[in-house]
Design a protein around this ligand. Structure first.
Ligand code: AKG
Ligand code: FE2
Length: 269
């Protein structure tokens, strides 16, 4: 028997029936220790080096996607939301070429693709509670809705999370409404007030993870990031996300316009 707390390990056998069954039932799946600690360490170094470049050049957007800046627990300026990170560092790009990442396409079909230069590419979220942080939580949303506005069509989509820090419940973290990936369009539009509502839901479940874990969630599932009750380094939570998508190829460039949903993103701290 599996319940929503079941965690899996992806072995060389690839995706198994139990993985598909779990994902299809709940709309997400959690793989333990997907990347080892050396890989996570090297990814964090790569992110640090991109951050230094962006801070010193005063970069505000990548391919039309606004970067979020703030200060960490030491009062140091940091980037709190990166976009297209794998286009800016070879190590992160290589990480996404892992054969096992390609296997994940199986959840929506082999004709899907890892999108490094579409949507927001590889995003790095850095949450921390400090007086000068600009990113501590994120209200209820689905990741796929934006697609409806840009393409007038909902294509299947996965959002893949790679945990860079341990994320126990004390850090706040991801809350999901299991099964909502099977909802109709009305519920996807109106079940919650997009990004402004960050209230707990009776049906929500918390996803607790360790650094190196990998998660997959459907572009249709409702989720939010809860505020950590702790302050400073005890609240620090870094996680990377990239999409696996289908549909028309729509690469972004420096000329790309800022999508409307980023205005909502900026409303919330
Ligand atoms: O930080 C997380 O775990 C989730 C972030 C998220 O939902 C998003 O960036 O769309
Ligand atoms: Fe999301």
């Amino acid at each position: 028997m599996t319940d929503h707390n079941t965690k899996f390990v992806l072995t060389e056998k690839g995706l198994q029936k139990e993985h598909f069954d779990f994902y299809n039932k709940y709309g997400f799946i959690h793989f333990k220790h997907f990347f080892n600690q050396q890989q996570i360490h090297d990814a964090l170094e790569a992110i640090e080096s991109i951050q230094q470049e962006w801070i010193s050049s005063g970069l505000t957007k990548v391919n039309g996607i606004p970067l979020k800046y703030g200060k960490d627990e030491n009062g140091r300026t940091i980037v709190q939301r990166f976009a297209f990170a794998s286009l800016h560092h070879e190590y992160l790009h290589q990480m996404l070429q892992d054969e096992r990442i390609q296997w994940l396409k199986g959840f929506i079909g082999e004709d899907a693709r890892v999108a490094e230069n579409e949507k927001d590419g590889l995003v790095v979220n850095h949450y921390v509670n400090t007086g000068e942080s600009n990113f501590t939580k994120l209200g209820w949303h689905t990741d796929g809705l934006r697609d409806l506005f840009t393409n007038l069509k909902l294509n299947p989509m996965l959002n893949i999370g790679i945990y860079l820090d341990d994320s126990p419940i004390e850090k706040g973290g991801l809350r999901l409404l299991p099964g909502t990936h099977r909802q109709g369009i009305y519920s996807m539009l109106f079940k919650k007030r997009y990004f402004v509502d960050n209230n707990p839901d009776e049906e929500e479940i918390a996803l607790e993870a360790e650094s190196g874990d990998l998660t997959v969630h459907s572009g249709r599932i409702w989720h939010r990031v809860a505020l950590s009750p702790l302050q400073g380094v005890a609240s620090k939570r870094r996680v990377m996300y990239f999409p696996i998508i289908k549909g028309k190829y729509k690469p972004k460039t420096e000329e790309s316009r800022t999508p409307i949903y980023h205005r909502f993103h900026r409303l919330v701290k």
